[in-house]
Design a protein around this ligand. Structure first.
Ligand code: G3P
Length: 239
């Protein structure tokens, strides 16, 4: 399963790229609003210098021509830009037009398998069901991931299921088991995936045992060399 970072924070993206686990990035207007000092286009450009994987850039227009205008401008930023389009009647039309133009799209705000199926037929290369937001309203978001992954496999659709709105490490495991091709997650959740109390405790313990062993060795070597230094003196006094 590919891992995308769901953020517009350049520093977080750099860190995860250094870890060697970054396959792409997803952004949206809410994530961009958390950054400061640069335009959305500048942020996207910078992200595309860090990763050559897909970088999703979301349109905010609600009518087809507006979506097309924004998406075409995003697509010019870098070859790995994927235009994120919301699921709607206009969004379907825009996605099918983008597909004709060879511009890749990520259909966002998917909450049912049917919506995902329509987006796939319109030509979206990524389908983004929002797991956490379904959980928020007491529905099992993972069901949509499982259903869509199965539909894509059965009908050999040329698209990928991207589990979005991932809120915790358990969501990641469940998305992987449900057959998601990709999951996008916040930096915090990725950090949570790295750590386990027993791992962290084990690292501290190994370090401390290592230090003790080296001190003990240094002490015994010190005694031995002190003994060796004394020996000739004793021999001299005895002659
Ligand atoms: O990838 C979509 C994501 O940014 C939405 O997450 O936590 O706001 O539902 P959330």
């Amino acid at each position: 399963m590919k891992i995308f970072l769901d953020t517009a924070d350049i520093e977080e993206i750099r860190i995860v790229a250094r870890w060697g686990v970054l396959d792409g990035v997803t952004t949206n207007p809410t994530l961009f609003a958390k950054t400061s000092g640069a335009t959305y286009e500048e942020v996207l450009k910078e992200i595309c210098t860090i990763t050559s994987g897909p970088v999703s850039a979301e349109v905010v227009a609600e009518e087809v021509e507006g979506m097309l205008k924004e998406g075409r401008a995003f697509a010019k930023i870098a070859p790995n830009i994927v235009v994120k389009v919301p699921m709607s009647e206009e969004g379907l039309e825009a996605m099918s037009r983008f597909a004709e133009e060879g511009i890749k799209t990520n259909c966002t705000l998917i909450f049912t398998a049917n919506q995902g199926l329509l987006a796939a037929k319109a030509g979206a290369s990524l389908l983004s069901p929002f797991v956490g937001r379904l959980d928020d309203i007491n529905q099992d978001g993972m069901i949509v991931i499982r259903e869509l992954a199965e539909i894509v496999a059965i009908h050999e659709l040329d698209t990928e299921v991207l589990a979005a709105s991932i809120r915790n490490p358990l969501h990641m495991t469940q998305a992987a088991l449900a057959g998601a091709h990709v999951a996008t997650l916040p930096f915090k959740v990725l950090q949570q995936m790295v750590h386990h109390p027993l791992t962290d405790k084990g690292i501290v313990q190994f370090r401390s045992d290592w230090d003790k062993a080296r001190k003990a060795l240094a002490a015994s070597n010190g005694k031995a060399s002190a003994g060796a230094a004394k020996a000739p003196a004793a021999a001299k006094s005895g002659s």
